[in-house]
Design a binder for this molecule. Structure first.
Ligand SMILES: *[C@@H]1O[C@H](CO)[C@@H](O)[C@H](O)[C@H]1NC(C)=O
Length: 638
């Protein structure tokens, strides 16, 4: 009891101090100095100084979080507390006090891009099955003898899509057998106490039907593609008929019905993919740990007392446990890359507009995309090939470059790899919670130079705080706008305390603040486009920390810990705010055995280049893969 009481008392005291200094919260900001920014193209890059992020906010979990939410939702005292916290975090003053010379950029706008070198391009309007077969022809030779029969390698490795495909075609397994094993594991999970479900919508009978249809196609010798019979999960904010889409809330499916598959899901379905159900997530995607007080918090397969990361918590965990070959996630603020990194798997954030968002809950945003999570880069490539294709409407304004893939078995491709210049902002790169993270990432950069000749070039990225702020205001305002029609029905009380804290913050944003944020977006775009003239990709650790521990008191009520959020989100913002493609690929483990990811950020539409580099990183990684503590072999069944 003393913890929450202390916080309550300190909040009240600080509020009283605030009141005694000013009669009205707005006055607090008026003393601040006006800042006149020079035009983005006149910023002196040699004078850019890295400033570590400073976050001051209380860590609240359990009862203290409940109390805090009640306070910030209260009429007068609430707005006082919010403006106090915003003032503590300084950056919010920036929106009000800066004279920004750029015009707003409301959605990512790219200059036309040069074609990528050493890649093969796909037909965007072709059939997904054909694209997947094309992608298959870009992969290195598949050696069934090594992969299936021999146990020559002592190291753990995940079954890949091609292993399943081989097993189905050679009669060593069929989709129905695999699905039965999957159902058995889900039964096991449903008995866990406290609950930690990977799926929050699951229907064994419906799953059996899909598997039987696929098994029959194999029996008739007519599989639809290499993805036929491959089992996948879909994050709960993407429609997958007949499951409801709740975004892991308790009620969203009541106000928004699912009548058909999202476009990405239907593309995969036409390739024969079997969908196991809707994967757990951080409620509404409004958080990066994966905490979910409604259904239970999924556990990191490498350490059951730790978070998976989020918001695509279920998708990453179900892949890392070996239970699905791949999963679809969404990424508006690192939500694919963060959990992929924390769970030791690969996650691709596609270019804004590369995939058709229709049928996802965030299909009207400007920072979020749908992308694949899988255990290996080749599996990510296969799923990416199936789901890619801009919406007809986006094509008019975004003018996407043709979708391409790296041909991993051609010599042209390895030449293109060697000529890549990797941009690294060393001080930022090293701003991590434990030095293992930057060390392991650096190690890979050294190997890339040694083995392939990829040079790392020092870069400076100005205005990182401005970038964070512009993203927070954009994603916050977009979430709030999407939720508003439902939120007003008094549904706010049915959201988790964590979401409610966020919504209180989002509601404090103003229209002028939103426009200021979009002006910052144009600056940040300019800086990144200049940097990407000098280097081909930007490399960073994916996250500033490995999987955080779940405080036991956070399970029932949730928690808010902005230090953890800051560490998890440190490097992931640019791809969301600017729409750039990025991939997280595992590069080893920290001294506690927790996975570390390297992030590769590419030029607009340059998925092929970052996938090629990711495949090289995967090959070079000197540390053998660890079998997660929670791992299931549902292909062989042992
Ligand atoms: C990739 O390269 C290999 C070897 O040169 C070639 O056989 C294959 O057809 C290429 N794949 C595609 C899709 O062009």
């Amino acid at each position: 009891m003393s913890g929450p009481l202390l916080i309550l008392v300190s909040l009240l005291t600080s509020t009283i101090i605030l009141i005694s200094y000013s009669d009205y919260p707005l006055l607090l900001e008026m003393g601040n100095k006006r800042v006149v920014m020079v035009p983005a193209n006149e910023v002196d890059l040699t004078a850019v100084k890295y400033e570590p992020e400073v976050i001051e906010a209380p860590h609240l979990a359990g009862l203290s979080l409940k109390l805090f939410v009640k306070l910030v939702e209260a009429p007068l005292i609430g707005s006082l507390i919010v403006s106090y916290l915003k003032k503590q975090n300084k950056m919010f003053g920036m929106l009000r006090n800066s004279v920004i010379p750029e015009t707003p950029m409301y959605t990512p706008e790219f200059p036309p891009q040069e074609p990528e070198s050493g890649v093969v391009c796909l037909e965007e309007d072709g059939k997904p099955e054909d694209r997947v077969e094309f992608a298959l022809k870009c992969l290195p030779h598949y050696d069934a003898a090594i992969c299936w029969t021999g146990d020559s390698t002592p190291f753990f490795r995940y079954w890949r899509i091609r292993d399943y495909a081989y097993a189905y075609r050679s009669g060593k397994a069929n989709p129905s057998m695999v699905v039965e094993r999957f159902i058995r594991v889900m039964k096991e999970f449903s008995k866990k106490k406290p609950p930690a479900p990977l799926l929050i919508s699951f229907d064994a009978e419906e799953l059996r039907k899909q598997a039987a249809a696929s098994t029959q196609r194999f029996e008739e010798g007519n599989p639809l593609s290499i993805l036929d019979g491959i089992i996948m999960a879909v994050k709960d904010d993407i429609d997958c008929y007949p499951h409801p889409s709740k975004a892991a809330t308790t009620w969203f499916h009541e106000v928004r019905r699912v009548e058909k598959d999202a476009v990405c899901v239907s593309r995969l379905r036409s390739c024969g993919v079997i969908f196991v159900g809707k994967a757990n997530m951080h409620e509404m995607g409004l958080g990066t740990t994966g905490n979910n007080a409604n259904y239970g918090t999924p556990r990191n397969p490498h350490a059951s007392d730790r978070y998976t990361g989020g918001s695509s918590s279920g998708p990453a965990a179900i892949v890392a446990s070996g239970l699905c070959s791949a999963a679809l996630g969404t990424d508006g603020g690192g939500s694919i890359r963060i959990p992929a990194s924390l769970c030791g798997v690969v996650g691709l954030k596609t270019t804004y507009g590369r995939t058709d968002m229709k049928g996802s809950l965030c299909d009207t945003g400007t920072v979020e995309i749908i992308g694949p999570i899988a255990a290996t880069v080749e599996d990510v490539m296969l799923v990416y090939a199936a789901i890619l294709g801009s919406s007809p409407v986006d094509r008019i304004s975004l003018r996407p470059s043709l979708p391409c893939l790296p041909n991993l078995s051609s010599s042209e491709s390895s030449n293109a790899l060697g000529s890549l210049r990797l941009g690294k902002y060393t001080e930022w790169f090293n701003d991590v919670f434990s030095s293992d993270i930057s060390r392991k990432c650096d190690n890979i950069l050294n190997l890339l130079l040694e083995k392939h000749g990829c040079k790392t070039i020092e870069i400076a990225i100005p205005e990182l705080d401005e970038m964070r702020l512009a993203h927070l205001v954009s994603i916050g305002s977009e979430s709030l706008c999407g939720l508003k029609p439902y939120y007003q029905d008094g549904k706010n009380v049915e959201l988790t305390y964590d979401s409610r804290t966020n919504l209180v913050l989002f509601q404090s944003f103003t229209a002028s603040g939103y426009i200021a944020a979009q002006r910052l977006r144009r600056r940040v775009m300019y800086h990144h486009m200049e940097i990407l003239k000098k280097v081909d990709v930007i490399v960073t650790p994916t996250t500033g920390m490995t999987a955080p521990v779940i405080p036991p008191e956070a399970l029932k009520v949730g928690e808010t810990d902005l230090q953890v959020t800051g560490n998890l989100m440190r490097f992931i913002i640019a791809p969301n705010l600017l729409g750039l493609p990025a991939v997280s690929v595992p590069v080893g483990y920290d001294n506690q055995g927790l996975p570390i990811g390297l992030q590769i950020i590419g030029r607009p539409w340059a998925e092929a280049s970052i996938l090629r580099l990711a495949a090289a990183v995967e090959d070079l990684c000197p540390e053998p893969k660890k079998k997660p503590m929670s791992y299931y072999d549902i292909l062989k069944g042992n």
